[in-house]
Design a protein around this ligand. Structure first.
Ligand code: HSE
Length: 438
């Protein structure tokens, strides 16, 4: 049994300093839980002068990555530099050096996860990535452990805190998108370049990781239809409220036997659904298992200590294995590496949903019936229509809620409607409605 397990951390930013703080602050508790001490031997970062609010023992913080890789007393390397190429190199170098690895890097895993997992499998080392999805929410261990006895019927989640914060402000303060984004940046939630957050890419990275674990299939980013929140308007958020609905950026995965749906887009859900009540930067994931039924996980999807908590939980998990002299007990793919079967991801056009359509139309007799006619031609049934009071000489918003229809039919109908300048003054706004909520 090893009495002491050595840890090396690469990247001493927000998450790195959170993980290090927990490892030092809760060292005694962690040692009692693991049965061995976890000793932070080296932390490597380019910046060794900024104050992270944490006093490190002399000689721990430095810039020499090679020294960390060659340090035989380091059992586990924690990669927290972000980005893809450099992070991948660090992971693969650590694996080559026979070290176990932990990362919070969802972009890396969603795009190069298969390569990293295969290298770890060959080298016989463990990979932990709890912090890659949902910050401090233990969703990865839930999928690989607590829920492992279940066929996953569906996974629906609010997976990006920044966009959820923006949508919450748009709903609760009536702000438009740009104003809410500026608030998110001022509050330090959104990056100066918030593209991955608001365009749905960050949420898609996280959904790809979850789908791969839940269904035992490799997933590429091209498999996941991705649409962000950047085109949502205050008007649509208001209409949603009038309809008793709330707009959330959801990652949705559903199992259909031979295929899986996997998509990220703004979605209207009933305002009484649990996910509709997840506000601000919080994340939540609703899993339905065939045996367990509904499970909801809720918590802080980002931030130094919440994400650090997930990183340290992986370090502890691996340290327990190191202590017992076992490895590869839980494969990083959740399914045994030799027992994965690729599952087809349904193309978006084959997905069906109900739809919210907002058409800006001239207030003239016959316009609505022409739009209804085009929808009818594509077998799209109308469930309800909302029309604003008349404004002389201006276009008015007409909101149509459809019955369930196929994405292919709706997109084809909208191409026709959008092409008729006499019918709409701007492209029709479409928001999908998810009604499988608990
Ligand atoms: N940028 C992410 C979010 C944080 O806003 O949720 C960590 O994944």
């Amino acid at each position: 049994m090893k009495d002491e397990i050595g840890i090396g951390i690469v990247g001493f930013g927000t998450v790195g300093s959170g993980a290090a703080t927990i490892l030092f602050r809760n060292a005694e508790l962690i040692a009692r839980r693991v049965g061995s001490s976890l000793r932070v031997k080296r932390i490597v970062d380019r910046d060794v002068t900024s104050d992270r609010g944490l006093a490190l023992p002399e000689g721990v913080l430095g810039t020499d990555l090679q020294a960390l890789m060659q340090d035989a007393s380091i059992d586990i390397v924690v990669e927290l530099v972000g980005g893809c190429e450099v992070a991948k190199r660090i992971m693969l170098d650590a694996i080559d050096a026979g070290k176990h690895v932990v990362t919070a890097n969802k972009a890396l895993l969603a795009t190069h996860g298969e390569e990293v997992f295969a290298a770890a499998h060959r080298a016989g080392v463990d990979v932990g990535f709890e912090a890659s999805v949902g910050g401090g929410i233990p969703i990865i261990q839930s999928l690989t452990g607590g829920l492992a006895a279940n066929r996953c019927v569906s996974l629906v989640g609010i997976l990006n805190g920044t966009s959820n914060y923006i949508l919450t402000r748009m709903k609760c303060e009536g702000q438009d998108f740009q104003e809410a984004l500026a608030h998110a940046q001022a509050a330090g939630y959104a990056e100066a370049d918030p593209a991955f957050d608001i365009e749905g890419v960050d949420a898609a990275h996280k959904l790809a990781i979850m789908v791969s674990l839940a269904y035992g299939t490799p997933v590429t980013m091209q498999d996941i239809y991705t649409e962000g929140i950047q085109r949502l308007t205050a008007l649509d958020i208001r209409y949603a409220s009038e309809l008793g609905m709330t707009v959330k950026l959801l990652g949705v995965a559903k199992h259909h036997g031979e295929s899986i749906e996997a998509r990220v887009h703004p979605t209207m859900i009933d305002s009484t659904a649990p996910l509709a009540r997840v506000d601000g930067v919080y994340n939540a994931i609703h899993v339905v298992g065939d045996a367990v039924g509904d499970v909801m996980l809720y918590g802080q999807g980002a931030g130094s200590l919440p994400t650090g908590s997930a990183v340290v939980s992986d370090v502890m998990d691996i340290a327990r294995n190191v202590r017992q002299g076992v490895r590869g007990r839980v494969p990083p793919t959740s399914f045994h590496m030799d027992c994965r079967t690729p599952v087809r991801i349904r193309p978006m056009e084959a997905v069906t949903a109900r739809y919210y359509l907002r058409c800006m139309v001239p207030d003239q007799p016959g316009v609505l019936s022409r739009i209804a006619g085009i929808l009818g031609d594509h077998a799209i049934g109308i469930a309800s229509v909302l029309q604003q009071a008349r404004r002389e000489g201006q276009t008015v918003p007409v909101v149509i809620m459809t019955h369930r229809a196929s994405e292919r039919a709706v997109q084809t109908a909208l191409r026709t409607i959008n092409g008729l300048a006499s019918l709409v003054s701007e492209p029709v706004t479409l928001i999908r409605v998810e009604d499988q909520e608990p």
